[in-house]
Design a protein around this ligand. Sequence first.
Ligand code: NAP
Length: 319
Amino acid sequence: MAIRQTKVAIIGSGPAGLTAALYTARANLEPLVIRGLQPGGLITTTNEVENYPGFVESIGGFELADNMARQAERFGTNYLDTTVLSVDLSQRPFVLQTDSGDTVESESLIISTGASPRKLGVPGEEKLANLGVSYCATCDGFFFRNKRVVVVGGGNSAVEEGLFLTRYVSELVIVHRRDTLRADPVLQDRAFENEKVRFIWDSTVTEILGEERVTGVRLINLKTQEGTTMEADGVFPYIGHIPNTALFNGQLPMDELGYLIADNRMRTTVPGVFVAGDVMDHIYRQAITAAGQGCMAAMEAIWFLAEQEHLARRQALKR
Ligand code: NAP
């Protein structure tokens, strides 16, 4: 247990946080990144990243995040492997209490806590979590060799992760609440061409069945209201995300979906507090946009700290 004093604290270690770390480290600010529950962030649960510029072939999500972390470390980034339990933004230095018992006092703060997978919220989902219900195909796909697996959702995550699962499963059933996918056309084409993939349109899962493991799902057709039951060994919900903003309730403004609000320079209403990545962006939500926002937040933090130093020097001269 210790008090850690720093000029820049960064909460979260996905592409946004790690890019902010790289930039502030290269400005000799020795940032402290509190890595959180999922070091590297959500991108580490993606098997292959094909759209991060600079990699002619794809790169693994874990490898990409690990590279970013080591690159930032090379310039003096420090890491704290814990989660933040509370923040006090009412005065500077901002004070962060962490799960490890460490207290962090920081002159500036970059929030890049990301977003977490949205749950279906149906009976059986919680009880059967890790017993056939998973939110990470990359982590758990291997356990579903020659099984029938259901993916819920029609976005890029559902289709991309579903396609990854076809390496293992005997049948992949994508259950989508409409009759057209939201996923990029290139992914749609791959899914339509894949013989292991079957679609159930206009439907959603209303219950996940099983006692010790998932044995099936109950479905409802939203157009006809007809209910059916289907045998399945696994369920992977990919129905979007919820921003991780609970820490900032009452301290920073959020939109109606709970995302933090920033101006177009990543600044919040509290001077010295900046945001980047999925915690503030529900439109683009790409590794590359998160990294770009991390860079912007870092540059703003660098300028903010320089300004504070300048003001303090002027104040000292006046005395
Ligand atoms: P998303 O694009 O928001 O898609 C969520 C999907 O879940 C949608 O098809 C939505 O249906 C469905 N859905 C939402 N709530 C539901 C509910 N309660 N019950 C059933 N279905 C529900 O989320 P995402 O796929 O996680 O992607 C998030 C962001 O990351 C996107 O910007 C995406 O482009 C990006 N991403 C990019 C890549 C890539 O570029 N390779 C890979 C993964 C993710 P509707 O379509 O009817 O709304």
